[in-house]
Ligand binder design. Structure first.
Ligand SMILES: Nc1ncnc2c1ncn2[C@@H]1O[C@H](COP(=O)(O)OP(=O)(O)O)[C@@H](O)[C@H]1O
Ligand SMILES: [Mg+2]
Length: 259
């Protein structure tokens, strides 16, 4: 049974797609069967995993155009073992979706939930039904954020939507944690914003974070997770640590549920 995690923030450029691609690769390396669902029509996670969004193949967004669409038709193996992609359709027009449960029901009826250990959903920053479909289908939300003063509004706006969904359409939705991205601990402002976020959400809700590293940009341009592009880079090391922390946290929560 897959654990489903939405990677999300209401702001663009906060490392959502980079985190989706590199965390999924870390899970796959650890032998976890992992599926990335690219809900963002910018298709960055699709590209980052070496898949062309322009290829004439089925996309996750077909689900919102054809009510009878079977999601497994849009499921593809990437070049890497244990790592699968459901690509985005860059031509899909937002605003065409009225039902927030389509993704959840589609994953269930196609039996995809049983096939995987993890499903990571990359989400669009805009508040529309694509984001709501992702949140309704998820067990957890993981929020990458830039440690700048302006970024707190994106988190606050997401928190409002999170609580709305968690109190209505998906009561099992939980905040997994927040990930500071592009950090430089020498910059005092970064430390201050991360402190504020820790105070707001709880210290145990903030993961150790991803330093700024040009190798992450290069890896994306090469359509490859950083672990396979530059395995000893800062970015690769930081995503490895994040994966360990996330797996430990999910394991901890599951053991609480069982006791
Ligand atoms: N830790 C990092 N260091 C340097 N550049 C990064 C890092 N994380 C992301 N980037 C770059 O920042 C830009 C925005 O990241 P992206 O993951 O696409 O954000 P989002 O999906 O939230 O819009 C991309 O060009 C990406 O390559
Ligand atoms: Mg993105």
């Amino acid at each position: 049974m897959a654990t489903v995690i939405s990677i999300t923030n209401r702001k663009g450029g906060t490392g959502k797609s980079t985190t989706t691609v590199n965390l999924s690769a870390e899970f796959a390396i650890r032998g976890k069967r992992t599926l990335v669902i690219d809900m963002d029509t910018q298709a960055h996670a699709t590209l980052g995993l070496g898949f062309s969004p322009n290829k004439n193949s089925q996309k996750v967004h077909s689900l919102f155009l054809e009510p009878e669409f079977i999601l497994s038709k849009a499921l593809f193996q990437t070049k890497w073992e244990n790592l699968f992609i459901m690509p985005a359709n860059p031509l899909f027009e937002h605003g065409r979706v009225s039902n927030n449960k389509l993704l959840k029901e589609g994953l269930k009826s196609a039996g995809i939930i049983e096939e995987f250990d993890f499903i990571l959903i990359d989400t669009p920053p805009s508040l529309d039904s694509l984001l709501l479909n992702a949140l309704v289908a998820s067990d957890y939300v993981l929020v990458p954020f830039l440690p700048h003063f302006l970024s707190t509004e994106g988190i606050r706006s997401l928190a409002r939507i999170f609580f709305k969904i968690a109190t209505t359409e998906n009561p099992s939705l939980k905040l997994l944690g927040l990930v500071p991205v592009m950090i430089n601990q020498r910059i005092q402002q970064h430390r201050k914003v991360t402190e504020n976020v820790s105070n707001q959400f709880g210290r145990n809700k903030v993961f150790s974070g991803i330093r700024t590293d040009i190798k992450l940009v290069e890896a994306f341009e090469n359509h490859t997770p950083v672990k396979f592009y530059s395995p000893y880079s800062r970015g690769a090391v930081d995503y490895e640590i994040l994966a360990e922390e996330v797996l430990r946290e999910i394991h901890r929560r599951n053991s609480i549920l069982l006791t």
